[in-house]
Write a protein that binds this ligand. Structure first.
Ligand SMILES: [Zn+2]
Ligand SMILES: [Zn+2]
Length: 209
């Protein structure tokens, strides 16, 4: 029995097979698989209803460690614009490499054979996921287009309102200007030819030069 590094227990063992069958290794293996299975179940739930979100660089760089293959894999799939949650995990679990890795992992660790199938995504599931993702992306884009249209309508309405307010303010200004120039017999300038400040009945206005 040679020495080997056990990735589940994160330690070097000198007892070979005896370590794998041992209580300590088997209980750690159970904990690892339960946690891993939680993530896998969460991902599997999205096969029929994929979750599409706008890409957010702070949100979508989650990775997961695949114990079966001993590699780190991106959890989501993104094109830099939209993100399909769990797309990376499901894609990975459908690869032949992962299938091989899972068989080897189960054999090497003497894991519960009943659980093995839960960690492999079948070709059928993978095809279903791809079809549903295409639909989900389409409906996400439709919703987004609709939102953009609504925002454009809102912006136009605000702009129109702003124009109307500006128009009525201009009218008020022009009317008051006409009134003040009418009351004072046209333009008035001081000795330097500068416009005079006229104060009458508590109202201030500058007569234009
Ligand atoms: Zn171990
Ligand atoms: Zn894997």
């Amino acid at each position: 029995m040679g020495a080997f590094y056990c990735a589940i227990c994160r330690q070097t063992s000198f007892s070979g097979k005896a370590h794998i069958f041992g209580k300590s290794h088997q209980s750690k293996l159970k904990v690892v698989l339960v946690k891993f299975l939680e993530k896998v179940k969460e991902a599997r739930r999205t096969i029929k209803t994929p979750q599409v979100e706008k890409y957010d660089c702070t949100q979508h760089q989650r990775r997961f460690w695949c114990y079966c293959c001993g590699v780190e894999v991106e959890r989501d799939v993104t094109d830099g614009n939209l993100t399909v949650l769990f797309g990376g995990l499901l894609e990975h679990m459908a690869t032949p490499e992962h299938r091989k890795g899972t068989h080897a992992f189960w054999w090497e660790n003497k894991a519960d054979p009943k659980l093995k199938g839960k960690f492999i995504v079948t070709e059928e599931e993978s095809e279903r996921f791809k079809t549903e993702v295409a639909k989900a992306l389409e409906s996400f884009e439709e919703k987004e287009d609709e939102l953009i249209k609504q925002q454009a309508t809102l912006i136009r309405a605000r702009e129109q309102h702003r124009q109307e307010v500006l128009q009525s303010l201009t009218e008020v200004f022009l009317t008051s200007q006409e009134l003040s120039s009418g009351n004072n017999g046209g333009q008035q300038k001081d000795n330097n030819g500068c416009p005079q400040l006229i104060i009458e009945k508590g109202r201030q206005s500058v007569v234009p030069a």
